[in-house]
Ligand binder design. Sequence first.
Ligand SMILES: NC(=O)c1ccc[n+]([C@@H]2O[C@H](COP(=O)([O-])OP(=O)(O)OC[C@H]3O[C@@H](n4cnc5c(N)ncnc54)[C@H](O)[C@@H]3O)[C@@H](O)[C@H]2O)c1
Length: 252
Amino acid sequence: MPEHDEHQGKVAFITGGGRGFGRAFGAALSARGAHVVLADIDGAAAEAAAAELTAAGGSVTGVACDVADEVAVEAVMDEVAARHGGLDILVNNAGLHAAYNRPFTELGLAKVRRVLDVNVMGVVICSLAAQRAMRGRTGAAIVNISSSAAYANRSIYGVSKLAVRGLTVSFAREFAADGIRVNAIAPGLIFTDTVRAQLPEAEAKRVLGEQILQREGEERDIVEALLYLVSSKASFVTGETLRVTGGFALSV
Ligand SMILES: NC(=O)c1ccc[n+]([C@@H]2O[C@H](COP(=O)([O-])OP(=O)(O)OC[C@H]3O[C@@H](n4cnc5c(N)ncnc54)[C@H](O)[C@@H]3O)[C@@H](O)[C@H]2O)c1
């Protein structure tokens, strides 16, 4: 089946879908005929993104949901499964990043704890809630969004994204019997609106200087990686983290 057709009629749940990567993933999957649910703690952003993508011809809904709140996540996931008969794709994309990629002493305990709740527990909560709805669906796939910070750890943010790589392997093993593949993408620096607004210029310069490929990473670079990992081209790929970084934070 051509790649462009294989997502026709599939059901995709994307966390942090109100802006940035999440919205871009929603745009790509809905353009390929998937029913997309954009879930975001910022419900207004999720609804606005859904309205725009629907106006462009997609089948997209926006919903307010905090990924760290298991009661809310289960309710939303059950509602989606009931409406569409199941779930094919989960993208665990919601995350606290740029402003949270700071030394522990600057952030303080409350923010450190919140990073772990959203970036780590959010992945656990959404994956477990999705498992039931994905069981037995042909080609079911979960993609977690880690970060190059997981390879060049400097903060609780890097620790949280290292945990996401670990969870990717754990859930790949645990969900394989249900026919669900689980992979991750570790993006390098990509200039989403949040990154432009929050990342200090010196930090952006440092990362660009350490990349092998001397151009700015774009949302479409990450979208292409997502489309590969949720496609049948990746049917023998599970438990992996794919770095899309222009060669930043390489290790052997
Ligand atoms: N942009 C980059 O350079 C980059 C690089 C590596 C990894 N990442 C990761 O990619 C993901 C998306 O990045 P982005 O730049 O698109 O981010 P963004 O800040 O533009 O969008 C993130 C979205 O997640 C939502 N969100 C935050 N907390 C939430 C919660 N508790 N529950 C539900 N939604 C929540 C926000 O409201 C926002 O709409 C993040 O996990 C980030 O860590 C980004």
